[in-house]
Design a protein around this ligand. Structure first.
Ligand SMILES: [Zn+2]
Length: 493
């Protein structure tokens, strides 16, 4: 048996000023990986790609990885990049295989297609109509009918923070192999609910998602082979952006449809709990100042790059300095220009320079706003480390050249690349022990919880400025299907 494994994974923030060209579709700098390089990179990782490889090897299948492309959330994928990656996958499948396993996100927008995954899957299906297709999806997928129509099985993560990415991939592969072996006849039911949940209200160990996921778990079993719930990614302005449920059923008895309905009924009844009420961030910083025992996390939510943030908003950092917070660690802030200037100055140099705020946020009609800082360059690093976990364990991270600027009250980590602070190693790599700091300003929303969250004494949400903002009223939605709750109070389900 020959199995093709491929990845085109992007969560597109359509309000981001950063277009996503082929070169930035990593997994590391320099574009997509292929063949042996992709295998070496993803073998052993705790994501669907890693699970697909393990599963194929366990059954002695021949593996081909024609391409693996992904990057952190940013603006639309360039049409050229999308077309190139899609063509490589189509060509590989057309050349012959017994199955295709795809590691996709499910909220990708290209310059020409609002439903990137739907377009990709349709192209593959057209190229090789008989090849069974299994798709592993992110919890934040904006699922579309077109995606469902053009694959055989699809399974989403069940956790946020995502700690079951491997399991979701494994389940996808197992179901597809069972189908090929004739053990099951998968039928997918899919339904949506006109709710736009706030990302900050999607944690699966809290209301309202905990009850929804418990229901999904309870429904799974017997003929219901897999039950996925997708709260979606609200910062992708597309017609299919919304909460949805997807059930893979053995046979087509209609139980799947009923299960979708049960889940969506709970979600609809919980719709008010999906609203996040942001306090003014200046007050949040003041609240942090009144606390003494650290580490105290200040979450710069709006600039979280895993929501598409530019990772260069200085609003929270500026406010923390203005209010006189001390013993602060902040970062990473993405600013290649500042990195170049500090590398040029060298370790030990005293320097005054503008940091961050280089990106204009056109969608929000806000100009970039750099912060002029004076301090000493204390360390220059190549920005590479391997994640120790407990999530993304084994993943190699490349922040590009990374510099520590010490301003006295604050140590700021400035990098060339945009990566969410997903591991304590991100600061240990540059010789800083985050647990020793009183304050840590982190550009994160929920994903910090298994790492920074469990070692912090306090966590303060600071919703300042950025295209990852928790305030939906900032965003000029155009494609979103209306009415949708809570943007439209008259929404019905
Ligand atoms: Zn996600």
């Amino acid at each position: 048996m020959k199995i093709i494994i491929a990845m085109l994974k992007h969560e597109t923030n359509t309000f981001s000023p950063l277009l996503t060209p082929l070169e930035s579709l990593g997994p590391e700098n320099g574009g997509p990986l292929r063949g042996e390089d992709a295998y070496a990179y993803f073998k052993g990782t705790q994501i669907p790609m890693g699970a697909f490889i393990d599963l194929a090897e366990e059954i002695g299948a021949e593996i081909e990885i024609p391409i693996a492309a992904r990057t952190v959330p940013s603006g639309p994928v360039s049409q050229d990049a999308f077309d190139q990656v899609a063509q490589v996958i189509c060509d590989a499948v057309t050349a012959g295989c017994d199955a295709l396993l795809l590691d996709l996100h499910g909220a990708m927008v290209s310059e020409d297609f609002e439903d990137g995954e739907g377009e990709l899957l349709e192209r593959v299906r057209r190229a090789a109509p008989d090849v069974p297709i299994g798709v592993g999806l992110d919890f934040h997928a904006n699922m579309s009918e077109r995606m469902v129509q053009n694959c055989d099985v699809a399974v989403g993560y069940k956790t946020y923070p995502h700690v079951d990415m491997y399991e979701a991939g494994r389940r996808t592969g197992e179901l597809l192999l069972d189908m090929i072996a004739g053990k099951i006849t998968p039928h997918m039911s899919f339904a949506t609910c006109p709710v736009l949940p706030n990302i900050l209200r999607m944690a699966t160990n809290e209301a309202p998602m905990d009850a929804i996921m418990a229901k999904a778990d309870a429904l799974e079993g017997g003929k219901l082979l897999s039950v996925s719930v997708f709260p979606g990614f609200p910062l992708a302005d597309t017609p299919h952006t919304r909460l949805s449920a997807l059930v893979v059923e053995d046979g087509a008895a209609g139980e799947g449809e009923h299960a979708c309905r049960e889940i969506l009924d709970i979600a609809w009844r919980s719709r008010n709990e999906f609203i996040y009420h942001a306090a003014p961030f200046v007050d949040a910083v003041a609240r942090a100042k009144a606390l003494k025992d650290g580490p105290i996390l200040l979450l710069d939510l709006a600039d979280n790059c895993n929501s598409g943030g530019t990772l260069d908003s200085m609003a929270v950092i500026r406010e923390a300095l203005n209010q006189g917070l001390e013993d602060v660690l902040a970062g990473p802030v993405c600013d290649p220009e500042a990195v170049a200037a500090m590398v040029g100055a060298g370790v030990g140099a005293e320097i005054t320079l503008p940091v961050g705020g280089k990106m204009d946020l056109h969608a929000l009609e806000r100009k970039g706003d750099p912060l002029v800082l004076s301090g000493r360059v204390t360390l220059i690093s190549d920005g590479r480390f391997t994640v120790r976990g407990p999530v993304f364990t084994g993943m190699r991270v490349d922040l590009g050249r990374t510099v520590v600027l010490d301003t006295g009250p604050m140590q700021i980590v400035v990098s060339e690349e945009r990566i969410e602070p997903l591991d304590l190693g991100m600061f240990r790599m540059v010789g800083i022990e985050p647990l020793d700091k009183t304050y840590i300003i982190l550009k994160s929303k929920i994903q910090y919880r298994p790492t920074f969250g469990v070692v912090s004494k306090h966590v303060i949400d600071c919703n300042a400025l950025g295209v990852g903002s928790a305030d939906f009223n900032l965003f000029p939605y155009k494609s979103l299907t209306r009415p949708i709750y809570p943007l439209d109070k008259n929404t019905e389900f």
